[in-house]
Design a binder for this molecule. Structure first.
Ligand SMILES: [Zn+2]
Length: 94
């Protein structure tokens, strides 16, 4: 599994509608990929916020934003190690 595969499964992962075999692959990827780990962490916090506010629905716009952010970081990691993870993944204006 690579980052693209992982991100494709991200909403399933959070919905809990994921095949156990895939879940194992997702967890394996998270163990090796700091970028995706950050995405999961950020998404989890965001979901908590949404849950507290109103009926929960995974926002597609957020999903797209996270995907773009992580792909950018994965590309950058070829040149930069331990790139500082800034708050670009966090929701704004909410
Ligand atoms: Zn990854």
């Amino acid at each position: 599994m690579n980052c693209t595969d992982f991100l494709a499964k991200l909403t399933d992962y959070f919905d809990g509608q994921i095949d156990p075999a895939l879940l194992a692959e997702v967890k394996a990827h998270l163990g090796t990929c700091h970028h995706c780990e950050v995405v999961v962490d950020t998404t989890r916090k965001t979901i908590d916020v949404y849950r507290g506010a109103e009926s929960y629905e995974f926002p597609e716009e957020l999903s797209n934003r996270l995907r773009a952010a992580v792909m950018e970081r994965c590309r950058a990691s070829g040149k930069l190690r331990d790139i500082a993870v800034k708050s670009s993944c966090e929701p704004t204006g909410k």
